[in-house]
Ligand binder design. Structure first.
Ligand code: ZN
Length: 138
């Protein structure tokens, strides 16, 4: 650089300075453009995302929704008006009708079945009676 520096005239220095300035400007301009493009891309993406989310929310709002609330005042499950309860029929099953004791003359209800005969029984007394009856019948 030593001998070249001597050859440089003031005009050359000015020109070189000018070129460097232009280059810097152009680089800055490019950087700015790329920055803007990035920003635009990002904002476009987020806008699209927001739009999609909004559309999804709107769709969910249009659909009948079952709402479950667990609050201090109590637990509630709200169904949209007019919606059937598909759960109820499967959950609520009528309890089996009570079976009376199998020993004739006994007014009690069945509590267990005889392990030998399978006859519904209410107590140990009826168990014995039933066995006696079975033996008598046999
Ligand atoms: Zn009985």
């Amino acid at each position: 650089m030593g001998y070249k520096a001597k050859e440089l005239t003031e005009e050359m220095l000015v020109k070189r300075e000018e070129r460097a300035r232009k280059r810097r400007l152009q680089a800055a301009k490019k950087a700015e453009e790329s920055k803007n493009q990035t920003i635009e891309r990002l904002t476009k993406t987020s806008k699209a995302k927001v739009k999609t989310l909004r559309e999804r929310k709107a769709k969910a709002g249009a659909l009948p929704t079952v709402c479950y609330r667990n609050a201090a005042s109590g637990i509630t499950v709200s169904f949209p008006p007019g919606a059937a309860l598909p759960l109820l029929s499967s959950i609520v099953t009528a309890p089996p009708p009570p079976t009376p004791c199998g020993v004739s003359g006994c007014p009690n209800l069945k509590r267990y079945s005889c392990s030998r005969t399978g006859v519904p029984l209410c107590s140990l007394d009826c168990y014995k009676k039933n066995l006696l009856l079975q033996q008598a019948a046999a």
